[in-house]
Ligand binder design. Structure first.
Ligand code: ATP
Ligand code: MG
Length: 294
């Protein structure tokens, strides 16, 4: 049976000693299936990280249920199995790297699972190759760039052979180059290795790479659709306090000015192609800039 993460009417609040609890997740129902690449977006404080922590039993529902492959996260006997199936990568790679040599760091998780040494070796090599860090296996993590460290953190998680990886703003602390390295790594893990991904991000260019975008607002899921559909609702996205990819905004503005542009532009190359179509010389006609011919 394919793996899945299922939340049914999930409610949660953080308990404070002297204050009334504030509901952070409000009746969240969602299913994420094996093989999917999902982006989870929403304004600061809307509950994304809190939801993600329910996916591997770090937090437990106040009411409702979270099922990982049918295993209830409140069932104490299932917690270890659940954590093997759902791995979590956090924002700051420095907080996730525990060893002084890259390959030792990646071996740490499988060692804790009691995996035999020969298989650990295989898993470490596989994981480091999958994130493109195999040639750095004997390096000291502190000498790596931010993007490289984050890829080692990802390798350490996938070496435990999870079905799902949840990445909570993994690129937030990285420079543009590190961001694109980590995003290439994430998309490849999904497309080439079949790993299911839940990527929490504030960057809409990153969200546009997913197959499905789930948007949250104030503890609720308010949108759940493929990127090309989500970004046709530009005003609704803006109302949620979110950006749209700059090329999508550009296409939207051109369309508003009467220029025929497709509604589902998410990537620069799609935008370039659509604009180029308008630049084809037309006999006796004018191009979009009002020039007669060129
Ligand atoms: N450990 C905690 N104790 C108490 N309240 C918390 C805790 N963690 C989060 N909260 C509160 O719960 C709400 C949801 O927080 P959460 O971190 O899930 O949001 P988020 O969508 O991940 O935000 P961000 O984009 O800033 O990471 C916020 O109001 C936050 O202040
Ligand atoms: Mg968060």
């Amino acid at each position: 049976m394919p793996s899945s993460i299922v939340c049914q009417n999930l409610c949660f609040d953080y308990e404070y000693d002297d204050e009334a609890p504030v509901e952070v997740l409000k009746n969240v129902s969602v299913e994420i299936k094996e093989g999917e690449f999902v982006a989870l977006v929403g304004k600061n404080g809307c509950g994304k990280s809190t939801l993600a922590k329910h996916f591997n039993a770090i937090l437990l529902p106040k009411s409702g249920r979270v099922l990982i492959d049918g295993m209830d996260t409140t069932d104490e006997d299932s917690v270890i199995k659940i954590r093997e199936k759902v791995g979590l990568v956090l924002q700051n790679p420095d907080n996730q790297i525990v060893a002084t040599i890259v390959e030792e760091d990646v071996a740490f998780g499988p060692e804790n699972l009691g995996i035999p040494p020969l298989e650990i070796r295989e898993r470490v090599d596989w994981a480091l190759k999958a994130v493109g860090m195999y040639e750095f296996r004997e390096s000291a993590p502190h000498k790596l760039s931010g993007g490289q460290k984050q890829r080692v953190a990802v390798a350490s998680v996938i070496a435990m052979r999870p079905k799902f990886i949840i990445l909570d703003e993994p690129t937030a602390m990285l420079d543009p180059r590190g961001r694109s390295e980590v995003m290439d790594c994430i998309t490849s893990l999904n497309k080439d290795y079949g790993l299911s991904i839940v990527l929490i991000t504030h960057n809409m260019d990153e969200a546009a790479l997913a197959d499905r975008i789930i948007a949250m607002e104030d503890g609720r899921i308010v949108m759940d659709a493929p990127p090309d559909e989500v970004f046709t609702h530009i005003e609704a996205i803006r109302a949620l306090g979110l950006d749209v990819p700059p090329v999508t905004q550009l296409a939207f503005d051109l369309r508003k000015n009467g220029i025929d542009m497709p509604q589902d532009i998410l990537h620069v190359n799609q935008c370039v192609r659509a604009v180029l179509r308008h630049l084809q010389p037309v006999e006796g006609g004018a191009d979009i800039f009002g020039n007669d011919k060129y």
